[in-house]
Every structure is written in C-alpha cells, then in structure tokens.
Write a protein that binds this ligand. Sequence first.
Ligand code: NAP
Length: 281
Amino acid sequence: MHGQILDGKATARVITQKLASEIVTLAPKVARPPSLATVLIGDDPASHTYVQMKINRCKQVGIETRKIDLPATTTTEEAVAAVRSLSEDPAVDGILVQHPAPPAVDEAAVFAAIEPAKDVDGVTSDSLAAMAFDEYGFRSATPGGIMRLLEHYGIEMKGRHAVVVGRSRILGIPMGLLLLAQNATVTYCHSRTSGLQTKISQADLVVAATGRPELVKGSWIKEGAVVVDAGYSDMTGDVEYDSAAKRASWITPVPGGVGPMTIACLLEQTVEAHKRLNGLL
Ligand code: NAP
C-alpha cells in the first residue's frame, strides 16, 4: 500500500476561496468587514512567523486584522488586561492569543480573558466544554482543521480506534474530544505513556502532536491506517514520513498538511463570529 496524500494546502485553498466570496456578500449587510485581533507575547521567532502567516491569509480573504505584540517582560495581569479590552471592543470579532506564551505568563489565565463568542482559536474552557459535549462552540483551530481535512476526504471515524499522541490544551486534548464526538474510540498517549509503539500499531487513525521529530516510526503504523502529523519542529514532523506512507492508506505531508488547515479553520471561525456578533446567524 502507498498512502494517498491528505492535501491540506489544496483543501485550505478551497475553504478560503469560499470565505473570500462570502465576505464580499456580507459587505452590504454589515458596516465593517470581519476582524481578527492577534495577541503575541514575547519574541519567539516561530510564533512571529505563525502570526504573520495568519495575518497574511486574513488579508487575502478580506478579514481585517489588529496586531497586538507584547514584550517578553509582559506580566500575566498586563496580558489579561490587553485581551479583556479586545473582548469588550465591538470592532473585534475574533481574538487569537498565540501559543505558547512565555513561561512567566499564565497562559490559561490569558485564554480565560477571551470572550467565548470571540474565541475563534478555540482555547477557552467554554470552547473545550463545547467540544467535549458536542455542543455549539468554536473548535480549537488545529484539531478543527484536522477534522475538516478528514471530512473533505470522506474519512469516517465512527467505530474506529484513534490514537492521539500529545495532550496539550490547544491540540491533543481537543483533538481527542472532537474524534470522540464523531464516535471514534480514543486513546490518548503522552510523555509518560508506556508501550507507545504497541498502542500506535493498533490504531486506525494516528494523530501525532508532540513536536518530537520522527518520534513515530513508519514500521509502527498499522497497514491501512490514516496518519495525521500535526508536529512541526526543526522543519520536521512527528512521523517518519517515507516509511509510514508505505503502510498508511492516507497521510498528511509536512509541510502542507495540518498547518494550512489550522489557518483555514481560524479564518472560517472568525467569519462565523462576525456573522453571529452582527445578528446574521
Ligand atoms: P506541547 O504543548 O509541547 O505538547 C506536546 C505533547 O506531546 C505533550 O502532551 C507531551 O506529553 C507529548 N509528548 C512529548 N514527548 C512525548 C513522547 N516522547 N511520547 C509521547 N508523547 C510525548 O506541544 P503542542 O503545542 O501541542 O504542539 C505539538 C506539535 O504540534 C509541535 O510540533 C507544534 O509545533 C505543532 N503544532 C502545529 C500546528 C499547526 O498548525 N500545524 C499548530 C499547533 C502546534 P506530556 O503532556 O506528558 O508532557
């Protein structure tokens, strides 16, 4: 078997083209275009690149952006105050707080300052609860983008065994919740999991989300499994791509798989927030 490509770049392009057309049709109904505020704390170069990529994509589809860059010396209280003010600003539809915040900042407290109706990156406790209970709410952008990618290729998760490697608040945990809501049987693995290889070898779907380059060996993948690699560290994914592709039925490339879908999900949810906040939904 040789895995077919889950092409996140092409799928994201389809989604963002639709969004651009929709934004044009919204213009006569609302006084201003959709708007996303980005909050970046500190000077991590990768985070700066990710935020800029999101801003660029927003501009391409017609979403306005407001960029708030806070210095590495920012306290939790200062970051919370900045996010609260965006939560209260009627000209802002969506708020993205780029993860990770510097270690001295209590990221959970900053996330908690996001008004849930503007949580287009799906990081608040309200959004996590909505994903857990399959209620209305915004999805965490990376797991949300992965679900959109699987839907796009008609990959059903009902009754299948999904192994999620990683349990971060923004990725691993919500990933498992969304898969559970689609009636998959979910196993979470993390740094203290024993027998990782055995668990992965039993999976119909593997989502690797650790940031440990090539942690998942191709030989561990069950023949015909679906492999989603969310990791990106030193330009490398979490999965040994070439050998995994020989066993998988479907596989995401790195780059060009999960990354573009994360941005597409963020943009889609920003437009949705805009419509809701302006009484169009
Ligand atoms: P994170 O907060 O550092 O979490 C990493 C997770 O991996 C933790 O749950 C950790 O377990 C687990 N882990 C670490 N080493 C492990 C090992 N040897 N075996 C099993 N599990 C292990 O990272 P994150 O923010 O979730 O991001 C994960 C990766 O996804 C990174 O490469 C990041 O760049 C990438 N990412 C990509 C996108 C995108 O749009 N493409 C978006 C977000 C993140 P413990 O909980 O036990 O520590």
